[in-house]
Design a protein around this ligand. Structure first.
Ligand code: TXA
Ligand code: MG
Length: 350
């Protein structure tokens, strides 16, 4: 299959090109598109065949449900059985935007899209290209992140091309994404709304609207006896090809420990990498040191993380050490993804 790659300027959207992309979806094809979080791999959410194609293109297990993307609040009622009052409140506060809510699904949504579940995840993105594209596609676009299953989600169209060239019909290149980590997922069918995946919309922001929300206990812990409630969270996701270890502790101890390990690993013939904040980066002796930014700016760190993990792959790094970052606010999503990328390998120094 030849994959068409098309530039779209979000300030001046070419409707003709968007209509072409929409026509591909309506006729059962796949199109990757930018959102404010990461790039998505879109297909018709109401077509079982399209959803199967998405799983095949990603190499994703079919028990891992897809998120249905909409572009109008009024479309929600068609794909869900009921809309709880709390969901209206969250929608008012955070839609369009990086929040995904889970509802009981209506009959319109095929089980192929929901991985066999009776619930459906719905997101109303804010990115102008995403919204125009969803509208041109008929209003319901199923879209996982546009990476091969297990790789970091793409934050640039070139990474989508790397993973999806030849596997899908079209890539809409809208430049850099704004956030860099996937949306916050909250289950609205639980007794108390429950966060299944942390993201840019933080627990504090949700609690400002709903007063109290629950959180899946597997988000920050590797409790293998407990299955995460979002099926996708059980996979070793977001992972670079190199072995990644996180080291947490006082700055001096972390630098000394990592440098000691690097020295040993280099002698063993490894190509080594380090991920660190700008105040410590110069102190590391890895082959490749990546500055992830100011450690007090979690939003900037979120934007850089997946790009850095992919660059290490390109540079054929074989082992990576990362500093730990503050897990408050958006930092919780950063540490959740970093822990997954490391397969929960974290060393705590005194
Ligand atoms: O920001 C995002 O959400 C991006 C962009 C493209 O919108 N999409 C994204 O999709 O991250 P994906 O497929 O990579 O992740 C979807 C996650 C998976 O962990 C999946 O298991 C969970 O959502 N999920 C989807 N439907 C669910 C459901 N009905 N119940 C529980 N978890 C669900
Ligand atoms: Mg994904």
């Amino acid at each position: 299959m030849r994959t068409q790659i098309i530039q779209i300027n979000e300030q001046n959207i070419n409707q003709e090109l968007i209509n072409q992309a929409g026509d591909i979806i309506k006729s059962g094809g796949l199109v990757a598109f930018p959102t404010e979080t990461v790039y998505g791999l879109g297909g018709d959410a109401l077509s079982p065949e399209s959803s199967k194609k998405i799983y095949a293109a990603k190499g994703r297990p079919s028990d891992n449900p897809l998120i249905v993307h909409i572009c109008r609040m009024e479309d929600l009622a068609h794909i869900v059985r009921e809309i709880p009052e709390a969901a209206y409140k969250l929608a008012k506060a955070f839609w369009p935007g990086p929040l995904t809510m889970i509802f009981n699904k209506s009959e319109l949504v095929p089980y192929e899209t929901t991985g066999g579940l009776d619930t459906v995840a719905v997101r109303f993105p804010s990115h102008p290209v995403a919204r125009a594209f969803i509208e041109a596609s008929g209003g319901y676009v199923a879209a996982p992140s546009a990476n091969i299953s297990g790789r970091p989600s793409p934050t640039l169209a070139k990474y989508v091309t790397e993973d999806m060239n030849g596997r899908i019909d079209m890539i809409l290149d809208g430049g850099d994404v704004e956030i860099g980590l996937e949306s916050t997922i909250i289950d609205m069918t639980a007794e108390e709304p429950m966060i299944l995946r942390p993201g840019y919309i933080t627990r504090e922001m949700l609690e400002d609207i709903l007063s109290s929300v629950d959180e899946d206990s597997t988000i920050m812990n590797d409790d293998s006896k407990q299955a995460p409630k979002a099926p996708g969270m059980k996979y070793r996701h977001y992972a670079p090809k190199a072995e990644l270890t996180i080291v947490d502790g006082k700055a001096d101890s972390v630098v000394d420990y990592i440098n000691g390990e690097l020295c040993r690993l280099k002698q063993e013939g490894h190509k080594t990498g380090v991920i660190a904040a700008n105040d410590t980066i110069a102190r590391y002796k890895a082959d490749i040191c990546k500055n992830i930014g100011n450690r007090n700016d979690e939003k900037a760190i979120a934007r850089e993380l997946y790009r850095i993990l992919r660059e290490f792959d390109d540079e054929k790094t074989t082992v990576i050490y990362s500093e730990a970052f503050d897990a408050s606010g958006v930092g919780q999503a950063v540490m959740n993804r970093l822990l997954k990328a490391a397969g929960h390998k974290i060393i705590y120094l005194k």
